[in-house]
Design a protein around this ligand. Structure first.
Ligand SMILES: *[C@@H]1O[C@H](CO)[C@@H](O)[C@H](O)[C@H]1NC(C)=O
Length: 292
């Protein structure tokens, strides 16, 4: 009897999990890349495809490539559909992130990162990080439960005055709450939306060298509509208005279904959490003490 209820619960959790997953896989949207984005480096390694609704970045021994949104944003639900490089891509990183401008001296930039670490096969590791005032060191890593090189999947970053949420196919995989009350800094600077393919060999591969015989590595991006509040269209304060849907009730906390899916990811797929890395953080960071 107990066992039966348990397996029913498991089935239930599984159904919720897969239904959340299925909702994430939509057709590519038809926004032209150029409407919101510009290739900013490695111009020869960026290729627009399918009436400019898709961009392919490639990485060879000379260069990677990257693009940025024209605008800076102060809040939004930012999304991208990405297909990672196939083959052995150890040492190559595909990134989708938000960042305010960096400065070479006394850097105080804010940044919210998805970083997909190259691999010679599944499981693929997705690292997320949160920088505020130039301070990062908040890495979390999960193993993806699918092969991200086979199909496009959806990745989203919610950023409002309540929280930052990272989503994979609409499943929340990380929540960074605004804990200003606890004295924790929270991202607040205008940020651009950025995609890139690059090669930080030293940290992304534990010293294993990239196999350049596999080059060029190719990552594809789609979904170039942007749901965000720009400084141009609204004053600074209004980007927090609850009239903007991504600031509304639905995006102020996880619902029960999201909460379950989130806990499931943490339990089954998380491989690293800075919150519990005592060698780097002898004292638990304040934002880690309160759960969720
Ligand atoms: C696009 O990026 C290039 C390279 O950084 C830059 O020179 C150019 O001004 C940008 N174009 C726009 C419209 O921002």
């Amino acid at each position: 009897m107990g066992l039966c209820i348990l397996s029913l619960l498991n089935l239930f959790a599984f159904l919720i999990f897969t239904s959340v997953q299925a909702r994430g896989v939509r057709g590519p949207n038809k926004y032209s890349f150029k409407r919101n984005y510009n290739v900013t480096w490695g111009l020869n390694n960026a290729l627009l495809l399918n009436q400019e609704t898709e961009v392919q970045l490639s990485m060879d021994q000379k260069s990677g490539s990257g693009f940025e949104s024209y605008n800076h944003y102060k809040s939004g639900l930012f999304h991208m559909r990405i297909k990672l490089p196939e083959k052995n891509s150890i040492g190559i990183v595909t990134a989708f992130y938000l960042s305010s401008p960096r400065s070479a001296v006394n850097d105080k930039h804010d940044e919210l990162d998805f970083e997909f670490l190259g691999s010679n096969g599944p499981p693929y590791t997705l690292q997320t990080n949160v920088f505020v005032n130039g301070q990062g060191g908040r890495e979390q890593k999960i193993k993806l439960w699918f092969n991200p090189t086979k199909h496009f999947h959806s990745y989203k970053i919610l950023w409002n005055q309540f929280r930052v949420v990272f989503y994979v196919d609409d499943i929340p995989i990380r929540v960074f709450k605004n804990n200003a009350k606890l004295g924790v800094s929270y991202p607040s600077k205008p940020m651009r939306v950025i995609g890139s393919l690059w090669n930080p060999e030293s940290w992304a591969s534990n010293g294993i060298k990239t196999d350049w015989s596999q080059a060029p590595f190719k990552a594809k991006f789609q979904d170039f509509n942007i749901h965000g509040c720009t400084l141009q269209t609204r004053g600074n304060k209004n980007c927090h208005s609850s009239k903007l849907w991504w600031n509304g009730k639905k995006y102020q906390s996880l619902n029960v279904r999201e909460q379950r899916a989130y806990q499931n990811v943490r339990r089954k797929y998380m491989t690293y959490d800075y919150c519990s890395d005592r060698s780097r953080h002898p004292k638990t960071p304040p934002e880690c003490r309160r759960k969720k």
